[in-house]
Ligand binder design. Structure first.
Ligand SMILES: Cc1ncc(COP(=O)(O)O)c(C=O)c1O
Length: 369
């Protein structure tokens, strides 16, 4: 199977797995215990915190480990006081949009920030949201479907100057482009381990110390009292190792991915009736989402699967449903055309030969329709 769905999840790196295994077997102590086996685990978690902090340029004390990007997003929105006013972009991941709708039903006041035809937030939309005077704004750094990267640092500065707390979901950007917390100028940032060749079920919220984090899970006081629950030591250690590798290999990985993406796009441009979404936006080096006239995206995903290629028909969470991608419809794409969407998200171990095979197969399948 040729795996082209790295925005859904990534395979675990062997070096990450090797780092984790001792914490599943030998070092089973509870990090809160005072005796030696507990202290070994505590020290490994501290190292992981430093590795994740280093990847985004913050101090270790600014990291709260969570069960993943979803929980980090929830923790970020939990900083809101009851019945506050907040805004999210129209293309956020469901872990933001669904939770935002829930908060709205609980009496919060919610505004949606529109995007343009390339999936980008405009200055006009930022001016409008500033006028709305929200307490918090959430803008994802890179979109999971189209790969479009927002001009976040520019907008975060303006929002911050207006006293607005800025949160970004950087889950898809991490490990693919530089993600520097202070350069982005945000107050809160969500990360996930399994998108950077780490284990699933682990993530982090990065926070500026001026922001009061209100824990969602109360209990044993772990994670500086911000996230209770016995630490998932093996996963945290794995996330740390994955972060260390992502930092060391970022330039090499993104150069490789960009070369593959270029090759893929050259091939795609020869297929009649094919449109690359968010084409004019700055995009993640690994992501290409496209639509094909009169093709059912899910059918095509199934045919590609039969021939040994794993791609997505949209975001993993949205696929399986017959609804068009809300990200694409927010960009003004016709809902029927949006249903033809295919997302290819490349990974560090993919090769040119795999991309060429994919293009040849796609051409064949499109010609057969
Ligand atoms: C942009 C974005 N945010 C958040 C998440 C959720 O992360 P996790 O699977 O770690 O909960 C995902 C996962 O697909 C994502 O793509």
């Amino acid at each position: 199977m040729i795996y082209f769905d790295h925005n859904a999840t990534t395979p675990i790196d062997d070096r990450v797995l090797d780092t984790m295994l001792p914490f599943l077997k030998t070092f089973y102590g509870n990090a809160s215990s005072l005796y030696r086996p507990g202290r070994i685990v505590r020290s490994a978690i501290d190292t992981a915190r430093e590795q994740v902090a280093a990847l985004v340029g913050v101090q270790a004390a600014q990291i709260v480990f969570t069960s993943g990007g979803t929980e980090a997003n929830h923790l970020a929105l939990a900083t809101l006081d009851p019945k506050s006013r907040f805004a999210i972009s129209a293309i956020e991941h469901p872990s933001i949009t669904e939770h935002a709708l829930h908060l709205k039903s609980q009496g919060h006041d919610l505004a949606i920030i529109d995007v343009d035809a390339d999936g980008l937030i405009t200055q006009e939309a930022i001016d409008k949201v500033i006028h709305y005077r929200p307490k918090l704004v959430t803008i994802m750094l890179a979109n999971n479907e189209t790969g479009a990267v927002q001009k976040l640092s520019q907008y975060a500065m303006q929002l911050r100057e207006n006293g607005i707390t800025v949160h970004t979901d950087a889950v898809q950007a991490l490990g693919k482009i530089p993600v520097a917390f202070y350069e982005l100028g945000v107050h809160l940032m969500s990360l996930s381990s399994h998108k950077i060749y780490g284990p699933k079920g682990c993530g982090a919220l990065v926070f500026e110390k001026s922001v009061e984090i209100k824990p969602v899970l109360l209990g044993g006081g772990q994670e500086q009292g911000l996230r209770a629950g016995t630490e998932n030591a093996a996963a945290i250690v794995g996330f740390g190792k994955a972060a260390e590798l992502a930092q060391a290999e970022l330039a090499q990985r993104s150069e490789h991915l960009l070369a593959l993406r270029k090759l893929l796009e050259e091939g795609l441009s020869t297929i009649p009736g094919l449109t690359i979404f968010a084409r004019h936006a700055d995009r993640l080096p690994n992501t290409v989402q496209f639509g094909l006239h009169e093709i059912d995206g899910e059918m095509l995903v199934m045919k590609l699967d039969q021939k040994g290629f794993a791609v997505s028909s949209g975001s993993a969470c949205a696929s399986g449903g017959k609804e068009p991608s809300f990200v694409l419809t927010a960009m003004g794409i016709d809902p029927d055309f949006a249903k033809s969407a295919i997302r290819v998200s490349l990974g560090k171990d993919n090769t040119e030969a795999e991309v060429i095979d994919f293009i040849n197969l796609l051409k064949l399948l499109v010609a057969q329709r």
